[in-house]
Design a protein around this ligand. Structure first.
Ligand code: SAM
Length: 405
């Protein structure tokens, strides 16, 4: 008899399959994929495309699927691993090997279920998974490590770990809305006996979409987008990216469960350190460091200072800190727009998808402020258009800023 979990999951994963590799794990909704496809529609074949804020590698993957050579940068080691795993080709032999070995894994998992296995040190882990679900997930993880090694050890087995990442979210009480994560009211105990079935469904859906080879190439590299120096002499034809927005969303916070289970994070303080490196990061230590942060470059567009100042003097909780937050965001983006110039071909077109935000009634017009940075830095043909309304109650939009170098 087919269990409910299987029926429900079959439905979800069939729906996801149409997204191919894009459906594995992503931060961007499906419209992001369409937008990148549109921006690449008239680009000559085998162009060199860069996404300096890779995230889940949407731009790189779309570009490579269209036959281009793509580079992506990120500072988050988990996303660098995920991006490379998502964008490489897997041989038939490798996929067959995974299917064969997983049968053994599930046998071992049944034995390990009654033992104590490694679990990640996630704060308040019981909010994410019930103790029974946690026991099964940790048994499955141990069995997977015994057969395939830890996530970063063997590239050819990355797909197994992507499936496991998907499984931990499917079985958790986290609710992922578009960009931010919250908890459902009750910790789900999703028919936990079926976790192995669910894992097989997820894995099979991922293996099937990995059968289709990508004709171009993608390399996701660990590069801080504020300090781009060079790329082995390579020059970029087109930049398409969605950088963080000045909206206090922390990618580290959203990615915590994946990062702990795959051992890219081991302790809470590492998460804060990573968020401090991230543009727009304000989580843990990143928030307290903002208190003493001071701008070093007075050549920023004056509107950036006035926007930050009106937030600082407004009557809101932590107004002063948030004024600094906004100033640092635009300062970091200015550094980025300055340093990327060294690797752009003359005539390179750039497209930045960004969102505006509000702080205590003060509008932060991200598109206008970044356009002004671009102008000061010597970019030309700068324009921006609304691509999407983000929230029906507030005047929040996503814009595409385009420019030429
Ligand atoms: C909005 S997300 C990108 C979403 C992406 N378009 C996708 O498809 O998932 C922004 C990304 O910028 C990265 N990032 C933040 N600060 C960075 C920096 N200084 N250098 C490079 N990447 C950075 C974050 O880790 C995050 O993955």
């Amino acid at each position: 008899m087919i269990s409910t979990i299987q029926q429900r999951s079959d439905y979800t994963f069939k729906a996801n399959r149409s997204l191919g590799r894009h459906g594995w794990l992503r931060l961007t909704p499906a419209y992001g994929v369409k937008l990148v496809e549109k921006l690449l529609a008239n680009v000559e074949t085998e162009a060199i495309v860069l996404d300096p804020f890779s995230g889940t590698a949407t731009t790189g993957l779309v570009a490579a699927e269209l036959g281009h050579q793509a580079f992506s940068f990120d500072i988050n080691p988990f996303l660098i691993w995920l991006g490379n795993a998502k964008c490489r080709n897997y041989s038939e032999h490798c996929l067959r090997d995974i299917r064969k070995q997983v049968k053994q894994v599930l046998k071992e998992y049944k034995i390990l279920r009654v033992r104590d296995n490694w679990t990640p040190k996630i704060f308040n882990i019981e909010r994410w998974w019930s103790s029974d679900t946690l026991k099964l997930l940790s048994a499955l993880r141990t069995a997977l490590v015994n057969h395939f090694g830890e996530p970063e050890e063997r590239d050819e087995y990355n797909l197994v770990w992507i499936a496991f990442c998907r499984l931990i979210i499917e079985t958790s009480s986290a609710a992922f809305n578009h960009v931010s994560m919250s908890f459902k009211e009750t910790v789900s105990d999703r028919n936990c006996e079926d976790i192995d079935e669910l894992f097989l469904i997820i894995l099979e859906s991922i293996l099937l979409s990995a059968e289709k080879n990508i004709c171009g190439s993608v390399q996701v590299l660990k590069v801080d987008a504020r300090h781009i120096t060079e790329l082995d002499g390579i020059r970029i034809d087109k930049v398409i990216t969605s950088p963080p927005y000045p909206n206090r969303i922390s990618y580290i916070r959203e990615l915590r469960p994946y990062m702990y289970w795959t051992k890219f994070l081991n302790e809470a303080k590492e998460a804060g350190e990573l968020d401090w490196l991230a543009i727009g990061g304000t989580w843990g230590i990143a928030t307290s460091r903002l208190n003493s942060w001071q701008v070093e470059d007075e050549t920023l567009p004056s509107d950036i200072f006035s926007t930050a100042n009106s937030i600082k003097i407004s009557d809101g909780k932590n107004a002063s800190l948030l004024g600094v937050y906004v100033l640092k965001y635009f300062y970091d983006m200015h550094l980025h727009l300055s340093s990327i110039r060294s690797i752009l071909k003359d005539g390179c077109e750039l497209h930045y998808i960004v969102g505006n935000s509000t702080f205590f009634g003060n509008m932060v017009d991200t598109a206008a402020l970044l356009s002004e940075s671009m102008r000061i830095l010597g970019y030309s043909k700068i324009s921006s258009e609304i691509v999407r309304k983000r929230n029906c109650n507030k005047a929040l939009y996503e814009y595409c800023i385009s420019a030429t170098w």
